[in-house]
Ligand binder design. Structure first.
Ligand code: FE2
Ligand code: FE2
Length: 329
């Protein structure tokens, strides 16, 4: 791939370190380094998580219009990208295509058993996930070239690229969603659900994969609308993760024994993530399995520090050994 050699696109990736991540619009966030947005997620601490209503207020300032994106240049870039880069990119992005849709449709049962203020914020979280689903629907139609009458048709078209490891954490989330639907005020199930959804899928997997695919787009000066929309998505995820971590912390303050549920859920996720039979060629987009594993481990440890939770040594060892899992929401 050529790196930063196409003068007509130089403006698309002119990153501007003076742009404020918190307040910039869709146009501006397309010029923010993705690594700064990932740091922004952690710009909080145990004693100063934003309130649910503060997160709801931020949503109104940060919300972006998915129909404002113009994928014309992305389509041209796509047609010129090497086949092996496209293949790896699709293996990673398709986890998101399906993941965003699943976290959208599986948020409903959480509405019953959470604090009143969280319910208000959760309406915005749900709307974000619907918008992220449309973002990927547009990307797969207009850039990758998959056709279909409905959202599900296009999802069917990208299913061939899904890595088997998608099935693990998202399968677990499907079961936990069903458990929560049947027993929505059960704090043990709420803890397991929040650990799988907000801590792992959004806080660890999604942010790690964003760093990988967006770093690829940035470094190779390709896919500018994907970069802008997905970096804006990353900022949305910051609110979801911060709301989820606040909720996990509140559950633990009320009943410290619930840390067992958190540990058990992590243990299940780490077992599911420790094996796969298909290899993703990360090198085709400038990464390696070791580097991806390090990013995942760092993201997990940082979230646990933020909520003030330690994990047993045996789980620590599993973090070091896990295979990268590529999907998110
Ligand atoms: Fe999310
Ligand atoms: Fe999302």
């Amino acid at each position: 791939m050529n790196v930063h050699t196409d003068p007509k696109k130089a403006g698309a990736f002119a990153l501007d370190p003076s742009i404020d991540v918190e307040t910039t619009d869709l146009e501006g966030i397309g010029h923010v380094d993705i690594d700064r947005v990932i740091e922004y997620v952690h710009d909080t601490s145990l004693d100063r998580f934003p309130s649910y209503l503060k997160l709801y207020e931020k949503y109104h300032h940060q919300r972006w219009n998915v129909y404002d994106l113009d994928f014309t240049q992305d389509r041209k870039d796509w047609l010129e990208m090497p086949e092996d880069s496209k293949e790896t990119f699709l293996q990673i992005a398709s986890g998101f295509h399906h993941g965003e849709r699943q976290v959208e449709v599986e948020l409903g049962p959480l509405f019953f058993g959470i604090p009143e203020d969280y319910k208000v914020f959760l309406t915005s979280h749900l709307e974000d996930e619907a918008r992220h689903t449309i973002f990927f629907d547009r990307f797969y139609r207009e850039v990758v070239g998959i056709e279909g009458d409905t959202i599900l048709d296009v999802l069917d078209g990208s299913y061939q690229y899904i890595s088997e490891t998608f099935v693990g954490p998202f399968g677990l989330l499907a079961y936990l969603t069903d458990d929560l639907r049947k027993d929505p005020y059960n704090t043990k199930i709420l803890m397991r659900y929040a650990t799988a959804y907000m801590l792992w899928i959004e806080g660890v997997l999604a942010l790690s994969v964003m760093k990988i695919t967006l770093g690829f787009a940035r470094d190779n000066n390709v896919l500018p609308a994907y970069y802008a929309g997905f970096t804006a998505t990353c900022r949305d995820e910051a609110r979801h993760v911060q709301g989820g971590m606040r909720f996990i912390r509140e559950l633990l303050d009320e009943d410290p024994s619930l840390v067992e549920e958190l540990h058990e859920t992590l243990r299940t996720l780490l077992i599911l993530s420790s094996t796969s039979s298909a290899y993703v060629l990360y090198e085709a987009i400038g990464w390696s399995e070791d580097a991806v594993r390090q990013v995942l481990g760092n993201q997990l440890r940082r979230k646990l520090r933020l909520i003030g939770v330690t994990i047993p040594d045996e789980l620590e060892e599993m973090v070091d050994k896990m295979d990268p899992v590529l999907a998110g929401g």
